[in-house]
Write a protein that binds this ligand. Sequence first.
Ligand code: PAF
Length: 283
Amino acid sequence: MQTVTTIAEIRSLVAAWRAAGRRVAFVPTMGNLHAGHIHLVTEARQRADRVVASIFVNPLQFGVNEDFSAYPRTLAADQEKLAAAGCDLLFAPTEQEMYPLGRDGLSYVEVPGLSDILCGAWRPGHFRGVATVVSKLFHIVQPDVALFGEKDYQQLLVIRLMVRDLDMPVEIIGVPTVRETDGLAMSSRNGYLAAGERQLATEIHATLQALAAEVRNGAHDYPALEAAAMRHLEQAGFRPDYVSVRRAEDLAVPQGGERRLVVLAAARLGATRLIDNLLIDIS
Ligand code: PAF
């Protein structure tokens, strides 16, 4: 696997593949890779002739008091994992390469509405930062298909909307969440958890499973179910930001009769903010 750090290099390598008729898949990441990322690369391999990954810890999507500086940078280990998974090319730009004029006064990509609810309400500007960097990466790499984990379900929908509204010629694939054996969704931030917190963290998945079971069994009073799930997480030691039952296609509040729903939660355990979700098909 080759690693390049400049926009000029990645553009010329991908352009040569495309000129030769190769289909290119893209897996954008912020590095500190775990089995969930590697699963995205494996899925990408099956959908294209060439797989490109990127590693860039994007400052635009971190709030002022968030973990941008502390975010683990593990390039050498990540390169090994990507190469073993069959990735062909890694784009690992510096901040200077991505934002040569600095972070202020930049043009942004904004996906209104969807970016302002749930995680967006708790992390103002986060999805604008994500949409902006993903849009830049799509213009730089020019993939045919790009893969994103469903663990970041709201992010996946924001990117789908951006691609639709701005006519970006990229197919977006959502890949189901990869979990630890005890149910905890894989996340780079799990590494922040102290041993006791790591054990407790499984409760977020368990709470969503219990909530999803009630919804599947026909319970309709979603606000009451959400409040009970929040109380449960609080009693377990979390500080929940939200637990919510939403329409899967657009995260709108269900009006009744929906067949595809998603239950989502974000909660803090110590200094670590965890998110998770479960999709529900009601047949
Ligand atoms: O999901 C992530 O790791 C990031 O939000 C992404 C999509 C790579 C954009 O920085």
